[in-house]
Design a protein around this ligand. Structure first.
Ligand code: SAM
Ligand code: SF4
Length: 325
């Protein structure tokens, strides 16, 4: 079984948002003081999530990433991870987190079948970290070291690069990742929600960052496991791999293999578009497994050919944390 959209792209990957809440306020993602969250009774419960993911796996999806908001704010997340990792056909269960609570939960997550994680970290300068996120860097480094200690591997660090904010922190991040054996990935800022649009003032193409690094290090092409669109290089003579995720300067829509499920059961076909399909009411009205499979097949055909971040940066009004980043 496979899930093919109308542009002949095979959907193999689902990003599952388990909450729209977050304990940080990265300025490009969520506004300071934001509290317009969804009601928890509208969140899919674990039984409902498991039904939807089981349907996707029947249709050929083999990779699921837990995300949010901050997924570690969802109570009993390791219980959900355990249930999902037991589903036949699901080969790759991973997690995106800000790591504030990773120190506490890393072992349980690993035991539950999560083998690899992505952690957002835009700087290793504590003052700048506070400015960007309103949080404390120390918690993140504690979480990262604990994740490494329990054997989560690889640990990929996602750094959103912003001109005049953290573009000069790239070299320090390279040193940090080299020292700890983490993979470093750079991401271009996207105009998602007003917060993302405000951050566009700081947009910088990753080409410039790559050229700068190439003056200091010898960079050789590399490959890295994972279901995403990053292009990788390796720093010669070291184990450090660096990934470039370039939704703006060089979009990768023609090979897009993913859809996103929000905490409230809305299936979003594209991060940069409003195309969506609501599943929650169908689940609560008792839809059968075979009808659910069919609904998902039909919904996939709503997936647009490409995002329009460059042509229509005003288009996406919801914040990244609502869709599931
Ligand atoms: N809270 C978790 C975290 O921060 O990793 C998971 C959710 S977060 C929304 C997922 C990713 O989206 C993070 O790597 C974050 O940096 C990225 N992100 C959020 N808003 C963005 C924007 N406007 N442009 C580019 N990346 C963004
Ligand atoms: Fe929270 Fe992640 Fe958004 Fe930062 S990027 S505010 S950690 S959801």
């Amino acid at each position: 079984m496979s899930l093919i959209d109308q542009y002949n792209r095979e959907i193999k990957y689902l990003r599952l948002s388990v909450t729209d809440r977050c304990d940080l306020r990265c300025f490009y993602c969520m506004p300071k003081g934001f509290d317009g969250y969804e009601e928890p009774e509208d969140w899919l419960n674990f039984d409902e999530i498991e039904r939807v993911i089981a349907s996707f796996t029947r249709l050929g999806v083999s990779a699921v990433r837990l995300t949010g908001g901050e997924p570690l704010l969802r109570k009993d997340l390791p219980v959900l991870a355990q249930r999902l990792s037991a589903l036949p056909g699901l080969d790759d269960l991973s997690l995106s987190t800000n790591a504030t609570r990773l120190g506490k939960h890393a072992q349980a997550l690993h035991n539950a079948g999560i083998s690899r994680i992505n952690v957002s970290l835009d700087t290793v300068n504590p003052h700048k970290f506070k400015d960007i996120t309103q949080g404390k860097l120390e918690k993140i480094t504690t979480g990262l070291l604990q994740a490494k200690a329990v054997g989560l591997d690889p640990i990929k660090i996602n750094m959103v690069i912003m001109k005049g904010v953290n573009d000069n922190d790239v070299e320090a991040m390279v040193d940090f990742c080299m020292e700890h054996g983490f993979t470093l990935r750079f991401i271009e800022t996207m105009p998602i929600g007003d917060t993302g649009r405000n951050a566009l003032d700081h947009y910088i193409s990753l080409d410039i960052i790559e050229q700068r690094l190439a003056e200091k290090y010898q960079l050789i092409p590399a490959v890295m496991s994972g279901a995403g669109p990053a292009r990788y290089v390796q720093v010669a003579g070291t184990d450090l791999k660096i990934g470039f995720i370039t939704p703006i300067s060089q979009h990768f829509c023609d090979t897009c293999n993913r859809v996103r499920l929000s905490a409230t059961g809305t299936l979003y076909m594209c991060l940069g578009d409003e195309h969506k399909y609501e599943l929650r009411h169908l689940l609560r009205e008792g839809i059968s497994d075979s009808n659910l499979d069919q609904v998902i097949r039909d919904a996939i055909n709503l997936k647009p050919l490409k995002h329009e971040f460059n042509e229509k940066p005003e288009k996406v009004v919801r914040f990244m944390s609502m869709t599931g980043g």
